[in-house]
Design a protein around this ligand. Structure first.
Ligand code: PLP
Length: 396
């Protein structure tokens, strides 16, 4: 392979660019995971993740990807044959519902068009119809990584409360955690699922379950077969700063530093930065004359933007040109969106100039690929970023 000068732009919506400080933290000798040095790290990350999820309850950290954390949420809090209500918001909600079927749950899916978040009114109606309370959990994806659409979790909570339904609320925040504001306790979520490779700026390999007291009570009654994922065993061990099996020691080094970085910047500033980059990206897309996949402005994602290709133009051919010519990876269209959209990831360790470079790569790529568009997207984004910078510098 030939050497490519400069840094690769990893602008898929996760895994995201891992900052040097996290890489340096991971690049340390692996230590005894039963020793005192590790114990201090164990306690630090377990406490730190509570702040990330905005919860006072425990957060379970697995060596495993987000898919594992999805499975863990279901097998710890439910019983064989239980009914779960899921909303089809895109590729990832669909995968979670398939997983739920595989572990022996009965899945009721509310269909969707992949351009909007979970329909809280439809959820409320379905729960009101469920007089016998057969539905044991409502599962939604906070940020659909395949579409760039968010679901407003407080509306889902309200739908469950309006229906006076006892179902647990389970939420996937794999591509929103630490990028888009998320309040596990305040929003009354019972199990929140997370992963390491997006807003947390780590490599893939850690999965998370934040839990509520109601979820822990359900866990005590849960008879689903499980072993590795069992919350009880892990929580018992975590009480002493350790894990029952070998944890991903070096990823936990990175996690400790990633949490420090988020807290040095401040969570409010992290979320505002993601909002600003998302808004600048949307202005660029509109200036190019292209369409944003998300159909509901209140549900725009601050982590990524999915852009629709003009008919007759293949998004993957365009992505290939951008990769070959400008060394940038953009997100592909998944399953039914294959070839029809590309996704710009603007989450994680990302600043105004990384966004300007990313959008420049997209604009040049559109020209090289012969995709009909207007010039000026990068200018529109820069104008927004400069206005925001002016506002920030004047309030100092
Ligand atoms: N949920 C969402 C929203 C995701 O974006 C992803 C992965 O991108 C997953 C679940 C699956 O996680 P993993 O690929 O880490 O198993």
């Amino acid at each position: 392979m030939t050497h490519r000068a400069g840094r690769h732009f990893l602008q898929i919506p996760g895994p995201t660019n891992v900052p040097d400080r996290v890489l340096r933290a991971i690049d340390r000798p692996t230590i005894d995971h039963r020793g005192p040095e590790f114990q201090a790290i164990g306690f630090a990350v377990l406490e730190g993740m509570k702040r990330v999820f905005q919860t006072k309850n425990p957060v379970i950290i697995y060596a495993g990807s987000g898919t594992g954390a999805w499975e863990a949420a279901l097998v710890n809090a439910l019983n064989p044959g239980d009914k779960v209500l899921m909303s089809e918001t895109g590729h990832f909600s669909t995968l979670w519902s398939k997983l739920a079927k595989k572990v022996g749950l009965e899945v009721d899916v509310l269909p969707g068009d992949w351009r909007r978040g979970a329909d809280h009114e439809a959820i409320e109606r379905r729960l009101l119809e469920d007089k016998s309370h057969a539905i044991k959990a409502v599962c939604v994806v906070h940020n659909e990584t395949s579409t760039g659409v968010t679901t407003r979790i407080p509306l889902i909570r309200r739908a469950i409360d309006n229906a006076k339904h006892p179902a647990l609320l389970m939420v996937d925040t794999i591509s929103s955690l630490a990028s888009i504001d998320y309040k596990h306790d305040e929003w009354g979520v019972d199990v929140t699922v997370g992963g390491s490779q997006k807003g947390l700026m780590l490599p893939p390999g850690l999965g998370f379950n934040a839990v509520s007291e109601k979820a822990l009570a359900a866990h005590k009654q849960s008879k689903m077969p499980r072993a590795y994922w069992d919350w009880s065993e892990i929580l018992a061990s975590n009480a002493t700063g350790f894990w029952p099996s070998t944890p991903a020691t070096n990823l936990l080094y990175g996690l400790e530093v990633a949490i420090q970085m988020l807290e040095e910047e401040g969570y409010a500033a992290v979320f505002a930065r993601h909002d600003r980059h998302a808004e600048a990206t949307r202005r660029a897309v509109r200036a190019w004359g292209l369409e944003i996949l998300c159909a509901v402005p209140e549900e725009y994602s601050s982590a990524l933007t999915a852009v629709m290709m003009p008919p007759g133009h293949d998004a993957d051919r365009f992505r290939k040109i951008v990769l070959e010519q400008f060394d940038m990876s953009l997100g592909t269209g998944l399953t039914k969106l294959s070839g029809k959209i590309f996704r710009i990831g603007h989450l994680g360790d990302f600043n105004d100039l990384t966004l300007a470079g990313t959008l420049a790569g997209v604009e040049m790529g559109l020209a090289v690929a012969g995709v009909p568009h207007r010039k000026g997207g990068v200018d529109a984004a820069m104008e927004h970023l400069a206005a925001e910078a002016t506002r920030r510098s004047s309030v100092r």
